[in-house]
Design a protein around this ligand. Structure first.
Ligand code: G1P
Length: 277
């Protein structure tokens, strides 16, 4: 067993920014070149030693479940051809990991989605990956970097952060904190605000879609009030723990593509194509 054994993927959302593509296809199944975003996420979790993938999903997103099942008919049709290896990576995830699914019936924010996954996680620390945020790395994945930091601070939640331009802060949870002693990339968080306007943002350090959460987050989420849009925000729940000094923000090494919008998605495809084709 590793230090973190489970990763939660909140994948129930409709992906309306990508309509009409996402009418019948989950946005997490959109590919960067030939590999769906969700598979990049699962492979990143594996790179951090995680073998249980907990998907908070919806009844419209059966394609994600199908992707992580073997497909004997396709396999026999490509056997012995040049295409034979094309399923190797996804088959490795199927062989090495357990996949568990739970349905989120209402879309009430990221905090609500994470709370919905509680029965799949139980009473242990866990990672969260938002597959829209695709993180490119060469062997040292963002989640692996975060797991190493968590090992030094096992009573803290860790959020990944990136410096963004001030006019983009209203798309993210934004933190304020003090660098940990001797560190140039890890902050003890003392304030965090969900999607602030630039005028009131505490900094330009934006939370991206990677978290390591301690199981006490579930109790905090139970007591976190919905925001003005009726959504339960993970940022608000984490603020409760930050007040106790129990949240660390980590400025990761690597490059992130915001594949939740068309521009970032095209950029990721372009960069990956330049490197791989
Ligand atoms: C969510 C979180 C936000 C975080 C972002 C990262 O927002 O609420 O704090 O910065 O993910 O991608 P969403 O993009 O789901 O609106």
């Amino acid at each position: 067993m590793g230090i973190i054994n489970k990763c939660l993927f909140p994948v129930a959302g409709y992906g309306t920014r990508f309509l009409p593509a996402t009418k019948a296809i989950p946005k997490e199944m959109l590919p960067i070149l030939t590999k769906p975003l969700i598979q990049y996420g699962v492979e990143e979790a594996m790179s951090a030693g995680i073998r249980t993938m907990a998907m908070v999903t919806s009844k419209h997103k059966q394609a994600i479940e199908n992707h992580f099942k073997t497909h004997p008919e396709i396999e026999s049709s490509i056997q012995g051809t040049a295409k034979e290896s094309l399923l190797d990576e996804v088959n490795r995830t199927i062989e090495q990991c357990d996949f568990a699914y739970i349905e989120q019936q209402q879309m009430l924010g990221l905090g609500h989605a994470i709370y919905t996954g509680k029965p799949l996680i139980g009473n242990e620390p866990f990672a969260v990956i938002l597959p829209d945020d695709l993180c490119a790395n060469d062997g040292n994945s963002v989640l692996l970097q975060m797991t190493k930091l968590y090992a030094q601070h096992p009573d803290c939640c860790i959020v990944a952060i990136e410096a963004v331009s001030m006019d983009a802060v209203d798309k993210y949870g934004v933190i304020d904190g003090n660098l940990l002693n001797g560190s140039n990339n890890a902050y003890r968080v003392h304030n965090m605000v969900e999607k602030p306007s630039p005028a009131v943002a505490p900094s330009n350090l934006a939370i991206i879609g990677r978290y390591i959460l301690t199981p006490d987050i579930f109790t905090v989420l139970e007591n976190t009030k919905p925001d003005k849009n009726g959504e339960i925000q993970i940022t608000d729940a984490l603020m409760t723990l930050a007040k106790k000094g129990k949240v660390i923000a980590y400025q990761f090494q690597g490059r992130r593509f915001d594949c939740g919008n068309v521009k970032g998605f095209v950029e990721a495809n372009t960069v990956f194509a330049q490197e791989m084709l």
